[in-house]
Structures are given as structure tokens and as C-alpha cells.
Design a protein. Sequence first.
Length: 163
Amino acid sequence: MTGKKSGFLGLFNQNYPGNNVVFLHCVIHQDALCKSALNMKPVLDAVVKLVNTIRSRGLTHRQFRDFLQSVQSEYSGVLYYTKVRWLSAGCVFERVWQLKDDIVSFFHEKQCSAECEMLEDTEWLSDFAFFTDLLCHMNNLNVKMQGKNQFIDESGPISELLN
């Protein structure tokens, strides 16, 4: 059915040459394809490095907090990421996303533009935005799934996610 020359795939490609449709041989293994196509590690490493640059040095952290107060930001700083609590990545990504303009302004003011150059790269920002949304949805789903009498087969949050 999905052969390149015969079957649905062959007929479709004959009738619609140059199409942008992606055919998958086996729907069961889509999660494996997704993992191989999405490379989150460089984005995670860059965000963790940025957060550590701000938080690990006491003077820089105090200056950043003062800067956020001076621009009347609703946040007082960035959050740490820990591998032990993997759900913290969603919170860290979301906070950095919301503060990205302030972070860029802060580092430009300190004349350390190299520290945040990725926050000015549109391709990197699109990956960062995607992973931020993905991790926030995973966090929300995980929180909804916790609690008494939550079973996977009758769970509302799972059916909401799939619909």
C-alpha cells in the first residue's frame, strides 16, 4: 500500500508531483521518529548555560534582579534547572521565554552580548519556543494526572490532549 511505485503512495505521487506530504511506513513508531527528528539537547544546554551564567555569580544575579525591578518586570529572576526534577525544565524554559527580552537588554547593558546571542537567532528561538510549549503542555498534563483515583483508561486529561 505504501510502495514508492505502486499502491497509494505511487498513485498519489503520480497525480500530485512535488507535494509536501510525508508518508510514514509504520504509525506505531512515530514516537521514535519524533525523538530522532527533534534534538532538544542543544537548546536545553544553551538555556541551562544562560541560567547558570545569571544565577551562579552572586553579583550578576543581584544585578539582574535589580535590573528586573528597574524595568518593572513581573518576575524577580530566572529559575534553576535540575536533572533530578525533569519537569523543572518546562518551568525554566517558560520563565526564560517570558524574560528573553529583558535578558537580552541586561546583557547588552553589561556589554556581554555573547552570553545571549542565541536569544537573537530566529531559528534557535523557533526551536526554543516549540520546546517551551511542548514542556509546558507536558507539565500541565502531569499535574492533571496526579491525584486520587486517576486512572489512565478513564483520564480526562489524556483524552483532552488527544482531541
